[in-house]
Design a protein. Structure first.
Length: 741
């Protein structure tokens, strides 16, 4: 029986024995457990971050009482400490519980007989004495001492973070990075966290530094503040920060004087950490780059200019011959527009092909591949993601890979095998979904493409830009330096698709056409269901995915239907929708053993970053097929191939019944369901809606308010990315020098 709310005040301290762990996250150490308080017959539920504790230990928890709507009263942990036993019997039970790896009940009894109440002190400070116990040699003694140290170091780190008033969910990652000396390392240099854990690491570091008495304008802090803001800019997609804006933010957010900012910025530039240069085209403003982004952007521009300077051998293929060869090889009759683009593409060193859905990009890709092959050219095909690469391979019937795999990414030294000194063995390189390529990846790709090779970039410039810094495809087009060929004509058969017609309407800012209905049937492939209440939208999405679409259209609710949403939080964010859909689509049964990791067998999951060792890539979606709590291992099936994860690798995965629109780039799904709410105001942009709609092959269902739809249609000015690639290509070095004077 749970204690009644009146048993304790809202803020309280409870000391008791850790009796049962209901849930434990290996990555964050978030725990749900049962604690048996001293003097009470009933256990209480405690929830929060607990690191370095084990069953049977006595802990003192400080926290606040909360009432969970489903699980009732529970104590939310603010901080905790472990109370070590003092008596002989308590020490024997404590060690025999398995709290120290390698020590069981029998060995614990022998140790206590040998050292009595000093047993724990011997383990911690005099481990060499352990060899006096029968069954313990030098190796075993060292192992016991190491296990004891690691156990208490992890707990000590969490308690240190709690004392400093910073979030403890990163305790596991910090301990994994720094080991048992984590607290000492952070105390000596808190800002090491800012370098090793971008974003949140700086906030933790600054809080700890100020708590330890570091001065506001200590050079170490000023340096960290400037770099944090520049990195934050890069996380927002910019390759540089405007110096004036950067200085103002540093002054206002961190109370640092302009003089200290200027001095530290000069020092960072002299040390080669940042680069400050006049913005091309604006002699009165300066751009502040992280050194690596500066080199990538500048290097990309120089490499492109070098490639463009190499003459192109004339192509002896007439339009009639091109049409005849394509028809013979692919049984395809090209349109006049496609023929013209195809002819032009073969006349240039670098070319960009852009077009929306239904305009024949896929047909053109197949035709270009076939003609290069007919000419005996060495052709390589690639795309930014694994899913996009597989689709490219399917449509061209040729091998295609991710760009990272094409370049031979080496996860040991974090570099690429192919570069300027070891270029790709190719006469031509075709890259699909080029809008997804960020500045750094484009630099490495261009460095590896031989100057004598042809480079063809294919992509829809109206899609969302890359997740990483830069707006490469748009910048290349805006530079007017590279030939761009647009496919505008929608083919007759595609005009029958409401998805394609409406996608082009949305791209032009026009409202889409849809039937006036509240249900989804098989009469069309595009619907808008009006509903303005977020909770009702969430419930309707569950109904659509789990009942209506499978029943009316025969769609598999897990494999065929993908929910795409602009945000992670809120009623129609990925977090809540994944929870709701999991409960219906993968409800646990008596035969299902849940894992201690938040996932369960049968869950739909998505991989979040490229992992070349496992050969699984950002955006890949699979199904959990096994969870082994003993081996701390989880298995996922990706398109017929099983990949195993250690529990501490699960930060590379997330639930995927609902995913963000950004994560859907480069992928296609039989059906997509997209909530549009005014709560998404910050992200309601035309290119976001366009990207979501063009992910659906057979069906697109928008659900939300007309007001939100209209906001998205009118907002054709997404946040301008600060990049210099277009200017570097547009202005010659001579003109840039003139601007700088």
């Amino acid at each position: 029986m749970k204690p009644k709310k009146s048993t304790y005040s809202n803020v309280t301290t409870i000391e008791g024995r850790l009796e049962h762990i209901t849930y434990f996250n290996e990555e964050t150490h978030y725990t749900i457990a049962r604690l048996k308080p001293d003097g009470l017959s009933a256990a209480v539920t405690v929830v929060g971050y607990l690191a370095g504790v084990s069953l049977g230990e006595t802990i003192k928890v400080n926290g606040r009482w909360e009432t969970h709507p489903r699980y009732g009263q529970q104590l939310k942990i603010d901080s905790f400490e472990v109370t070590l036993p003092a008596g002989i019997e308590g020490i024997r039970i404590y060690l025999g519980s398995g709290v120290v790896k390698g020590v069981g009940p029998s060995l614990a009894s022998r140790m206590v007989r040998a050292f009595g109440t000093a047993t724990l002190e011997v383990i911690e400070n005099h481990p060499e004495k352990l060899v006096e116990v029968n069954g313990i040699g030098e190796t075993k003694a060292a192992m016991i001492q190491d296990a004891w140290s690691a156990h208490h170091a992890l707990r000590g780190l969490m308690q240190f973070l709690q004392k400093m008033g910073v979030q403890t969910s990163y305790c596991g990652k910090i301990f994994k990075a720094y080991g048992p000396d984590a607290v000492t390392l952070i105390q000596e240099d808190p800002f090491v966290l800012a370098d090793d854990f971008p974003g949140v690491g700086f906030l933790m570091a600054d809080t700890i530094a100020r708590k330890q008495g570091l001065e506001t304008e200590d050079p170490q802090r000023v340096r960290a503040c400037i770099l944090h803001l520049i990195r934050q800019n890069a996380d927002d997609g910019h390759t540089f920060a405007e110096k004036e804006n950067l200085c103002a933010r540093c002054e206002n957010q961190f109370q640092i004087s302009p003089m200290a900012i200027a001095k530290t910025m000069d020092e960072l530039a002299d040390a080669g950490v940042i680069v400050v240069e006049p913005m091309a085209g604006d002699p009165w403003a300066s751009a502040v780059y992280l050194k690596e982004l500066y080199l990538a952007e500048k290097g990309s521009a120089e490499r492109l200019q070098a490639m463009l300077s190499v003459p192109v051998a004339p192509v002896a293929i007439e339009p009639e011959s091109i049409a005849r060869q394509v028809h013979q090889k692919l049984a395809i009759n090209l349109s006049d527009e496609q023929l013209q683009v195809l002819e032009e593409v073969f006349s240039h060193r670098i070319a960009i092909v852009s077009g929306g859905p239904g305009t024949g990009k896929t047909t053109l890709l197949r035709s270009i591949s076939a003609l290069f092959q007919a000419q005996g050219k060495r052709l390589l095909l690639a795309a930014p993601t694994g899913r996009a690469a597989r689709r490219l391979s399917e449509v061209t019937h040729r091998k295609a890979s991710t760009i990272h795999r094409l370049l031979g990414y080496n996860f040991t030294d974090m570099g690429f095998m192919h570069n300027r000194n070891n270029p790709l063995d190719a006469d031509a390189v075709i890259i699909d979904e080029a809008s997804m390529i960020d500045t750094d990846l484009m630099y490495h790709l261009l460095s590896a493409v031989p100057l004598s090779a042809r480079l063809i970039l294919v992509g829809d410039v109206y899609q969302l830009p890359s997740v990483g810094p830069g707006n490469v495809l748009a910048d290349l087009i805006d530079s007017d330096s590279i030939p761009v060929f647009y496919l505008n004509k929608i083919f007759r058969q595609e005009l029958e698709s409401a998805i394609i017609v409406n996608a082009h309407k949305v791209r032009q800012g026009e409202p889409p056409d849809f039937p006036d209905t509240t249900a989804v049937d098989d009469l069309t492939d595009f619907y808008f269901l009006e509903q303005s209440d977020p909770d009702r939208v969430a419930a309707r999405i569950v109904e659509l995915c789990c009942q209506e679409l499978p029943a009316n259209l025969g769609l598999d609710p897990v494999n065929d239907i993908q929910v795409l949403t602009p945000m992670h939080k809120g009623a129609v964010g990925t977090i809540n929708l994944n929870n709701l859909l999991q409960k219906v689509l993968n409800r646990p049964n008596d035969d299902m053993k849940p894992g201690a990791v938040g996932f369960q067998i049968g869950d739909k999951v998505m991989h979040l970053r490229n992992n070349y060792q496992k050969e699984v890539y950002n955006g890949d979606i699979g199904i959990v097929t096994g969870i082994d709590n003993q081996k701390t291992e989880l298995a996922v099936n990706y398109d017929g191939r099983t990949v195993c994860y250690e529990f501490d690798e699960l930060n590379e995965m997330t639930m995927a019944y609902a995913i963000s629109i950004h994560k859907s780039q480069g992928s296609e799904y039989p059906a997509v369901v997209v909530p549009l709410m005014t709560q998404h105001y910050v992200l309601l942009q035309r290119n976001l809606l366009y990207t979501a709609m063009t992910r659906g092959k057979r069906l697109v269902v928008l659900i939300g308010s007309r007001k939100a739809l209209n906001i998205a249609l009118k907002n054709d000015k997404p946040q301008r990315r600060l990049t210099g690639l277009a200017a570097r290509l547009k202005y010659t070095p001579r003109l840039i020098d003139e601007f700088r004077k």
